[in-house]
Every structure is written in C-alpha cells, then in structure tokens.
Ligand binder design. Structure first.
Ligand code: CO
Length: 215
C-alpha cells in the first residue's frame, strides 16, 4: 500500500469509530459550526491542535503558518481572524507556539533560506527589539527558547493591535487573547500571556478611536 493510501484507510476506520460511538456525530456537525476557539499555531507537524488539547471536530477554528505569526498585512490570517471574531464570535483566540521551533531557529541564524527569509524577517525584528535580554542568555538553546516565548507574546499583542479585535472588544467585550507554548519533550502546554478584552494596548499608537469605519 502506498503511504498516502494509509491515510485514506485510517480515515475510514476513524469515521466508522466515530459513528459507532455516536451515530449522530457527523450529522450534528453538518448544519453549523460554533467553535469557541480560534487557534493560531505553527505549521509544525508535531503540534496538532485538536490532538494536544483533547478537542474534537467543531471545537476549534484553526489557522497555522510557519512560527505562528500574526502579521498585520497577511490577508490570509486577517480573513481567518475577522471571520472567527465577527461571524463565529469565538470567545478565545489562542496563539500557540512551541519550543524547538524550526522557524524561529532559522530566523535566529544568519543562513539564507530563500523566499521564507521574507516571512522570518518578522522574527528577526523581534530579536532586535529584545536584543539586550537575549544577548545576556548563555546557551544558544536557552536563547532560542526565550525568543520563541517573546515571539508568541509579540503575536498576541499583534492581535490586540488589530482593528478587528479592538472593534469586537468594544462591541461584545471579547474575545480573550492567549499566548501558549507547547513543549515537544513532554507534550505540555504552558500559558505565557493572556490579554482580557479592553485591556490597554502595549502602546497607544495602535489604538483606533473611530472603529465604526470598517477595517
Ligand atoms: Co514551529
């Protein structure tokens, strides 16, 4: 059997198992999705959101990219965010990164990786913002792991700085923003930061006074 055929075979077995446990399982999800969470995570194959959080189809709206970045000109991420926040009205937005992140590691190096340099450049900027703290860290692994944490915290602040989130905060006092880091060594997620609705932003320059203007 080809490697890809194994996926299709496993899928059939999974679907059978789900129906066995709950004959109505798929039908109950067909009409509408009401996830309470938006997950913005790393594309890394070792950090599958549903599996590591014990959640099921219908529970989490998911966006993944290299190194879980929230870039304010990324129309893909912004479209997911807008739909999740304004239409699905998710209660929580979670940015989940992970220790040992290859994207952050590549950004910390001086090696050129081609097109992805453009994407990783955002992480180099975060390194520069925190160079005093990072330069004082002795081992490269510890420095990488700290940059991974700082990157997650930065991305959560980036969420708060969007007009999408600010408008929702004023309108419905949500969503609550979270920054989590997953440890590949033991499978545990540790919370790093959370920002409740209407918390003052990291800097007033990001605040919009006239949010009735659309996007
Ligand atoms: Co990663």
């Amino acid at each position: 059997m080809q490697q890809y055929e194994q996926l299709l075979k496993a899928n059939k077995a999974w679907a059978d198992r789900m129906v066995e446990q709950d004959p109505n399982f798929f039908e109950s999800l067909v009409e509408v999705q009401r996830p309470a969470f938006l997950w913005i995570g790393c594309a890394d194959s070792r950090v599958p959101p549903n599996e590591i959080t014990g959640t099921r189809p219908g529970d989490i709206f998911i966006h993944r990219n290299v190194a879980n970045l929230v870039i304010h000109t990324d129309m893909n991420m912004l479209s997911v965010l807008q739909y999740a926040v304004e239409v699905l009205e998710v209660k929580h937005v979670i940015v989940c990164g992970h220790y040992g992140c290859g994207g952050v590691k590549a950004a910390m190096s001086r090696h050129s990786y081609g097109l992805i340099n453009k994407w990783l450049r955002h992480i180099k900027d975060i390194y520069r913002l925190h160079v005093d703290e990072l330069a004082g860290i002795q081992t490269e692994e510890a420095r990488l792991n700290r940059l991974i944490e700082l990157n997650i915290i930065e991305q959560v602040n980036n969420l708060a700085d969007t007009s999408i989130v600010q408008r929702a905060w004023k309108g419905r006092n949500g969503p609550h923003l979270h920054g989590w880091v997953y440890d590949l060594h033991n499978g545990i997620i540790n919370p790093l930061i959370d920002i409740a609705a209407n918390t003052p932003l990291e800097h007033e320059i990001y605040e919009y006074d006239d949010l009735d203007v659309q996007h």
